[in-house]
Design a protein around this ligand. Structure first.
Ligand code: ADP
Ligand code: ZN
Length: 445
């Protein structure tokens, strides 16, 4: 089932639509946004020179810094009075970025979110437990409007107050939940502690996003909440959640609603466009936005695109999961490292669970990475039992062995020496509702 027939438009027709929309939006921003007019003039190009999305690589990128330079309303293409809502990025990286929406933009936002819900398995009439934060962050209101548009019953819980969330889930019996993947883990663990099994829960589908996550986390959430979770991606500069959504049929990459947001993936260093399958920085060009259309916006998110046909029948291009932000990339003794690479290694080790933290320090001139990871509960119980009942040294020996084998596994796969610290189950910080920072970079303090 689809929300809009455009989701299955043959690709040649989709391209025609994109080209028409692009020509319109280029003329629109040229007339209305001084930033773009100056940029075009400096480059000596006329709006009419951009005929097709294939011409986009001829234009410069728009970066977060450009939005900051024009903070708060300098990038608007309409008078501020014609906008009906303001959101801001959660400010994960530095000062918040303010974005505005006209009524039509809010309709588009709701439309792409309604599509996303259907793709994730939700249907009109289902109950949605919405644990994305409400407020300046786009997550709560964006998903809320989309679900209402689809005809779902929305419970606007917002983030935090986990005990109340648990009660609401048990009492109201939602079929669908939206939140960050780390918060879904928190909820899942809480149910487990209470002895509530997935069979006792009404939940079927989870739309998880706003931060990077992996197949390990997916398996953990699916098992503890009894859902089939899918990836929901977005960023406030482009619209908020609903830029792309994984389909429940494929669960292998998220369909970008590219009749509204035209994607490219480019090399992080050279800015050159990359072919399908190659990882680089994700770029978006707005095709339909009114309040603050952006051309070639540099998201900083690292992923790849694929045009392979999908099991669900949608023709819209898919993006892989986000490996990380370009800003999240750690440079450790000259080598590039994404925290998700460490997670990949940890997932292959059954004695530990996907709760980890990466701490980076500088000792003298050397960068030091410490990986703190929780030991699986049953393994922990077994080893500590041994220590209490018989042989403390043997238990200690087993823990050291486990730690050493993780250390050499990381060294073998990533090629860097990292200190591994095994943590008692439940001691790594959990999400309390919002985005979880898994990297603590003490070098930046
Ligand atoms: P901030 O940049 O302050 O976090 P936003 O709330 O707009 O502000 O967050 C958007 C960013 O969140 C994206 O650029 C991306 O890095 C991250 N993000 C959003 N959805 C996902 C997802 N499904 N997977 C990985 N990262 C995501
Ligand atoms: Zn699909």
């Amino acid at each position: 089932m689809y929300y809009n027939e455009l989701e299955t438009l043959p690709r040649d027709k989709l391209r025609e639509l994109q080209d028409t929309q692009l020509r319109q939006i280029i003329g629109y921003v040229y007339e209305r946004v001084p930033f773009y007019q100056e940029q075009f003039k400096k480059l000596g190009i006329q709006p009419g020179d951009i005929r097709s999305v294939e011409d986009l690589p001829g234009l410069p990128f728009t970066r977060k810094q450009d939005l900051k330079d024009h903070y708060p309303f300098g990038m608007l293409a309409v008078p501020r009075e014609q906008t009906i809502r303001v959101h801001a990025s959660s400010g994960t990286t530095g000062r918040a970025t303010v974005v505005c929406y006209t009524r039509n933009d809010i309709d588009i936002f709701s439309e792409v979110m309604a599509r996303s819900f259907i793709a994730a398995g939700a249907r009109p009439g289902m109950l949605l437990h919405n644990a994305y934060g409400y407020g300046l962050f786009t997550g709560g209101l964006g998903t809320h409007y989309g679900a209402e548009k689809l005809g779902m019953t929305v419970v606007p819980v917002s983030g935090g107050m986990t005990q109340r969330q648990i009660t609401l889930i048990l009492d109201l019996k939602p079929e669908v939940i939206c939140c960050t993947p780390s918060y879904a883990q928190t909820l899942g663990e809480e149910f487990k502690k209470m002895g509530i099994t997935p069979q006792d829960l009404s939940l079927k589908y989870a739309l998880l996003g706003a931060e990077p996550w992996t197949e390990t986390i997916r398996a953990n959430v699916d098992a503890n909440l009894g859902v089939r979770s899918t990836n929901l991606y977005g960023l406030s500069e482009i619209i908020g959640p609903g830029v792309s959504q994984e389909c429940i049929e494929g669960r292998a990459g998220s369909h970008i609603w590219e009749d509204h947001f035209y994607p490219e993936v480019v090399d992080a260093n050279t800015g050159e466009p990359l072919p399908d399958g190659q990882e680089g920085v994700l770029i978006f060009t707005h095709l339909t936005r009114e309040a603050m259309p952006l051309l070639r916006y540099w998201t900083g998110d690292i992923t790849y695109l694929t045009h392979e046909p999908c099991a669900c029948g949608r023709t819209h291009v898919r993006m892989g999961s986000i490996r990380g932000r370009a800003d999240d990339m750690l440079i450790i003794r000259g080598a590039n490292l994404y925290p998700t690479q460490i997670e990949e290694v940890l997932k292959s080790i059954p004695e530990v669970v996907p709760h980890y933290q990466v701490v980076v320090k500088r000792e003298g001139t050397l960068d030091d990475v410490e990986v703190k990871v929780e030991v699986a509960e049953d393994v922990f119980r077994e080893i500590t039992q041994e220590a209490w009942s018989e042989d403390i040294l043997e238990a200690d020996h087993q823990m050291r062995n486990l730690r050493d084998s993780i250390q050499s596994e990381i060294k073998g796969i990533i090629g860097l020496n990292m200190k591994v610290t095994l943590m008692v189950p439940g001691t790594i910080p959990r999400s309390e509702g919002g985005k979880l920072r898994r990297v603590v970079d003490l070098r930046k303090l």
